[in-house]
Ligand binder design. Structure first.
Ligand code: DAH
Length: 334
């Protein structure tokens, strides 16, 4: 029967065209050409159905519906296939590739060392206390037995802060030492005292490889009945050994600080050279008097160490300025 042949030709041609379409646009053209409601070739088939004799009608009608359905589903299936291909290409994701690590920062080397110092001193029974970086003269000098005419009080050797309290006759300055926190602690607590305080101090020094106008100190203070210099030396050498290793030696050299008597410079031998790391001594009775402690009952030791020194030695850093330049090539190494 001619009519059925035409149906078969239509079906074959349509299915071939569907397979040949490689993107959504081409497929849409195929749909319009074959199945378009207005001028699609399917309209001609429909007309042929009208020409069938009454006997042919059932078979022709059935076949017409089959062909229409098979072409429609082929179009749908191909559309689905093409869609899948494009999304796969867009998210060409290889789960076996190593991931991209987010760049997570870390603590500054000085902060890392300070954290370790607090930890170490904590094990020796020292609690951590803090004090303000803007101080008055009582805490930075007077209570520490540093008299008015002492060179350390020269305005040119300190960062005095211009503010309302100067006008009110109470000059303030950026603290030049963490010893201020000794006074603050003793003013607010009774013995026994066993504290460390770590933080920034400021001095208008000329900046070079070993000097900065801001650096960090660790202050230590222990006050009780019968505190001795032997204990001071024990604490400092245990501390140095815990941080840098068991071979580290420490030595005291006679020195002078207004707030300690006797006073010493503390040196540390690490490798084959001696390095000065800070000052220490037995708390001067005048300091006890300034905070209302009875010097007849109590003795104490104090020390102040430069944190950058330790940090430089520990990491082999040759220039203190590196710590403050925020150069990622430097900081990323710690
Ligand atoms: N405050 C001193 C300085 O900055 C260091 C120091 C020396 C601290 C002796 C002390 C000490 O507690 O007893 O140079």
């Amino acid at each position: 029967m001619d009519i059925l042949n035409s149906f078969n030709e239509f079906e074959t041609a349509a299915l071939q065209a569907v397979t040949a379409a490689t993107d959504a646009d081409a497929l849409e053209k195929v749909r319009v050409e074959f199945m378009g409601q207005k001028n699609g070739r399917v309209r001609d088939l429909q007309k042929l159905v009208g020409t069938a004799t009454p006997e042919q009608k059932p078979a022709v009608g059935k076949r017409f519906n089959e062909v229409r359905t098979s072409v429609s589903s082929a179009l749908d299936a191909r559309a689905e296939q093409l869609k899948l291909q494009t999304t796969k290409a867009a998210s060409d994701f290889d789960v076996t590739l190593p991931g991209e690590r987010p760049r997570i920062g870390h603590l500054h080397p000085i902060t890392q060392v300070m954290t370790e110092f607090r930890e170490l001193m904590g094990r020796f029974g020292f609690t951590v206390v803090d004090g303000p970086e803007i101080e008055d003269e009582r805490h930075n000098f007077e209570a520490l037995n540093i008299p008015e005419d002492h060179p350390a009080r020269d305005p040119l050797d300190n960062f005095y802060v211009a503010c309302a309290s100067v006008a009110a006759g109470r000059p303030v300055l950026l603290r030049s030492q963490t010893s201020t926190v000794q006074i603050r602690t003793m003013e607010s607590t009774q013995p026994p005292v066993r504290v460390v305080s770590l933080g920034r101090v400021y001095r208008p020094d000329t900046i070079d490889a070993t000097h900065s106008c801001m650096f960090h100190q660790m202050e230590g203070l222990m006050v009780d009945r019968h505190v001795t210099m032997a204990q001071l030396k024990t604490v400092l050498s245990l501390f140095a050994r815990s941080f840098l290793g068991p071979e580290v030696e420490i030595r005291f050299r006679p020195s002078f600080f207004p707030f300690t008597e006797p006073s010493v410079e503390v040196d540390m031998k690490w490798g084959d050279s001696w390095m000065e790391i800070g000052g220490a001594g037995m708390v001067d009775p005048n300091v006890f008097a300034a905070v209302g402690y009875d010097p007849e009952q109590y003795t104490g030791f104090a020390f102040g160490l430069g944190i950058e020194r330790f940090c430089m030695k520990h990491y082999g850093v040759d220039d203190i300025r590196r710590f403050y330049e925020n150069d990622m090539r430097f900081l990323a190494q710690f």
